[in-house]
Write a protein that binds this ligand. Sequence first.
Ligand code: GLC
Length: 502
Amino acid sequence: MDIPWWRDAVVYEIYVRSFADASGDGVGDLAGVRERLPYLAELGVDAIWLTPFYPSPMADGGYDVADYRGVDPLFGTLGDFESLVTDAHELGLKVIVDVVPNHSSSAHPWFQAALRGEHRDRYIFRDQPNNWQSTFSGPAWTKLPDGQYYLHLFAPGQPDFNWRNPEIHREFLDVLRFWLDRGVDGFRIDVAMGLYKAKGLPDVKDQSFKAVSPVWGQPEVHEVYRDWRKLLDGYPGERMAVGEVWTDSSEDLALYVRPDELHQSFNFAWLQAPWSPTAFKKVIDDTLAAVPFATWVLSNHDVVRHRTRYESADPGTGLMRAKAALLTMLALPGSAYLYQGEELGLPEVKDLPPEARQDPVFIQSKGELVGRDGCRVPLPWSADGGSLGFSPDGVAPWLPQPAGFSALSVAAQNADSASTLAFYRRALACRRELVRSIPYTLEWLDSPESALFFTRGSLICAVNCGTEPVRLPPHDGVLLPSGPLDGDLLPPDTAVWLRARS
Ligand code: GLC
């Protein structure tokens, strides 16, 4: 069997609002993405994933969709989208778009009709609410003037669809067709373990993003993905789908990637693991045992950037560990998802002024939860200028950039062969050369307790999570280190790719 493109793909997540602003309104847009496609091709990724750019009141940064078949004027036009896909394909980049099937925006014509009392069975209306909470804090129910309540597992502006109504199934199949006909190579499915709620909507004791609870992970959801898979398989080219599935176990995750369901599912266990060889090894073993096609992800638009997550009391460790984790991740079998700005080593921005914050998590919790704006700060492209090249001169970006972003800008790092950006380019180029010639299996090698050594055919990867240097395993040359080596010693917080002895 030919290896499908997505099996080993490195996919770059573009949070469109914060990538590049061509129109000059302070918000990133599709034309901005299009202009920067050569940067992404040069970086060496295989595909881009675009977060929602559909018409939206932006109650949740576009994850509240008012029209599933259009482009919000904030982001451009359908013509801009089509040109972006054409250019991306010419550069050899695949394009994945977000689909948001768990909920629409309250501005969606169907919800507007429901508010008028028409077709309320497209959403979830009740005379009495249950005890479910919104993921963004506060109750998951909002009362209408006529006395009924509607369910929203996220913001009140994101009413949950009723997937027990066949009309919703037909509608989403048609939405997928709309974008497939415009040449997209795949979909990222938002809250893929949502969609169905347990019949009778029973109260719950604990409502974390659990694999199976009355709120998430109902078995009926798999029928939806079987239908979607049939649709994708009916199109020419290898169209794919990756699910945003938060679960507690790799066995549950595996249910979503059965051969007739989704192609991939994000492996958040990797992102949640602390900087520890035992934690990393467990996630790797569990993942490879459970799923046929693994994915790995360190950061995205919903979590604290991994450079900051890995920071210890010792300043500088965060970036060293982030680079070592990247090298380790890129050596694992499967595909890797990168988040914009990690190639620059951007940290989480912690000190955003409260009045600048826009995340509904911050707003709904009245500032009790800081929310996700800190990983969504617009990218620094140039070392100077009001918005560091994000917007045209004189335009303020939608979130302020901290002073430290100038030194981390693309322009500053382009000029420095020791930069994080240069390291990412080297790692991605080296991986591209190797990845199809090494087996899709991993063998552990003996290593000191504080380190992990593994091999895949001609490649050895070693990572040192401890505080003392460790001796490298026997090898036949260094391919790429994440930081300086000390002779035959691998320093703390460093990883390396080595050529295996033949
Ligand atoms: C997903 C998105 C997140 C959004 C939520 C509701 O988790 O990644 O950004 O807030 O779904 O749509």
